[in-house]
Ligand binder design. Structure first.
Ligand SMILES: [Zn+2]
Length: 324
């Protein structure tokens, strides 16, 4: 059972069931206009508090920006393509390629792309986006090796392991060791897609080339915010302790239920962040939109029970949400 097998076509245009974020989008548009009018003045150490905008791109994908930097996380616009996946029995190891039309319609600028694991639903689009925008891909060695297969040059790759805490122009980034979602009733690590990719690959690649290579989380400090970024439905509790994010993107897919006391342990370790966004809840395409919506609302309830003061925002695709 691969991600291909699990995928079904998912039409975002019809996906309008979630909480009304549109008014926030209007606020964000206003904020963008103001920023465009004043122009970015790039502070050397942009640590004073300012607004950030987060936009859900589907799957584990996000755009996070502060008017200076545009940071993408696991962009996977290709999931919206209509090409495969309508056949749930499709388990062929196909050659896969990013949907460049989808990407071009949604991604016009990026400075950095953070990769949490190298499966196709996290990494497939990043090499194309890097080559198109000049964005630097930050990920582990497997992610870098797959990006190299698409001719991403080394100056556009930052290979990380775990524990790095790097300073960039306008933000800083802590790299956190994590664990992949316990798919297949905890048998995920029995499978070859939990492995790593060597150097020397050459695109086009089959789906099976997109192996995990390990899972990472990130703490992005930007505009005075601390944003915890997860790309999976698992974590290492001691790695989360003391991070104290004010915003957390938390894996909310159903495989989280394989873990003991997932939301409670995580939120306690993080110090009960003010805002939580569910992520990676719509995909593998293994469920209908209705099921996905029900699933994410169930997760929202779990977070509210575990952390009653936390504001939980189930995002809508491509609707920017501004946090002051
Ligand atoms: Zn994965």
């Amino acid at each position: 059972m691969s991600h291909t097998n699990l995928r079904q076509s998912l039409n975002w245009r019809r996906f309008d069931c979630l909480a009304g974020i549109i008014s926030l989008a209007a606020i964000m548009i206003g904020a963008t206009v103001v920023m465009a009018a004043t122009g970015p003045s790039r502070p050397t150490k942009a640590r004073t508090r300012g607004a950030i905008q987060l936009t859900y791109l589907g799957n584990a994908g996000w755009r996070i920006e502060d008017g200076h930097s545009v940071v993408l996380v696991d962009p996977n616009l290709s999931q919206f393509r209509n090409k495969r996946g309508t056949d749930p029995n499709n388990d062929k190891d196909e050659i896969i390629a990013p949907d460049t039309a989808q990407i071009d319609s949604r991604v016009h600028r990026a400075d950095y792309i953070l990769i949490t694991d190298a499966h196709e639903d996290h990494l497939l689009d990043a090499p194309y986006i890097s080559n198109k925008t000049g964005a630097v891909i930050i990920g582990h060695e497997t992610a870098a090796n797959i990006a190299r297969a698409y001719d991403v040059p080394d100056e556009k790759l930052i290979t990380v392991r775990r524990g790095e805490d790097y300073d960039f122009d306008g933000f800083s980034l802590k790299v956190i060791l994590s664990l992949h979602s316990p798919l297949l009733r905890k048998r995920y690590f029995n499978k070859p897609w939990a492995g790593s990719a060597p150097r020397g690959l050459k695109a086009p690649l089959h789906e099976s080339a997109f192996v995990e290579g390990g899972s990472l989380a990130y703490l992005l400090r930007i505009a005075g915010h601390r944003v915890l970024i997860m790309g999976t439905m698992n974590f290492i509790e001691r790695e989360m302790e003391g991070l104290r994010p004010d915003v957390a993107l938390v894996g909310a897919g159903s495989s989280r239920k394989e873990n003991f006391d997932y939301a409670d342990r995580l939120l306690r370790a993080l110090g009960y962040p003010a805002v939580v966004f569910p992520t990676h809840w719509d995909s593998y395409g293994s469920m209908s939109e209705e099921e996905a919506t029900r699933g994410v609302q169930e997760f929202v309830t779990e977070v509210k029970v575990a952390s009653p003061k936390t504001r939980v925002i189930a995002p809508q695709y491509f609707q920017p949400i501004s946090l002051p």
